[in-house]
Design a protein around this ligand. Sequence first.
Ligand code: DAT
Ligand code: MG
Length: 154
Amino acid sequence: MNNQTERTLVLIKPDAVQRGLVGDIISRLESRGLKISGLKIIKIERTIAEQHYRIHQNRPFFPKLVDFITSSPVVAIVFQGRNAVEVTRNTMGQTNPSEATPGTIRGDFAIDIGRNLIHGSDSIKTAGEEILIFFTANELLDYEVSTDPWITEP
Ligand code: DAT
Ligand code: MG
């Protein structure tokens, strides 16, 4: 991985899996130019969810957030590419889907902050921490594809 490449954690949340939006969400991030480095479907354990969302542990919505993310399987993905953290966040749209711009994932498919379809790391530092919660090093691949120089100027 060159030093201009970032990795970020995406969770396609239970609402998106249940609604059959996994393919569309992956497709949007993939066609933006991000590369899948790791991918799995998992049912998140409560203790893992509490660790992942620990920054929100004193917020009133925390118990419902943990209930929701553990309620049904999620698809966990590590996306890799230049500015992967920022690119993923702006492809997702605002946290509250009612404020999210049309054209974003949340802006096109969601209306409720408690059912906002996707998680994406909010900084390079948190991405590094969150990836370690869900993936081991040997589950993450760094590989070249022939389109790399057509997506990112070397
Ligand atoms: P994001 O998921 O955009 O990074 P966040 O980290 O601020 O947003 O919050 C994590 C999740 O918690 C968010 O996706 C939905 C839920 N959440 C945040 N703020 C909330 C609120 N005011 N009421 C209910 N749920 C909220
Ligand atoms: Mg967040």
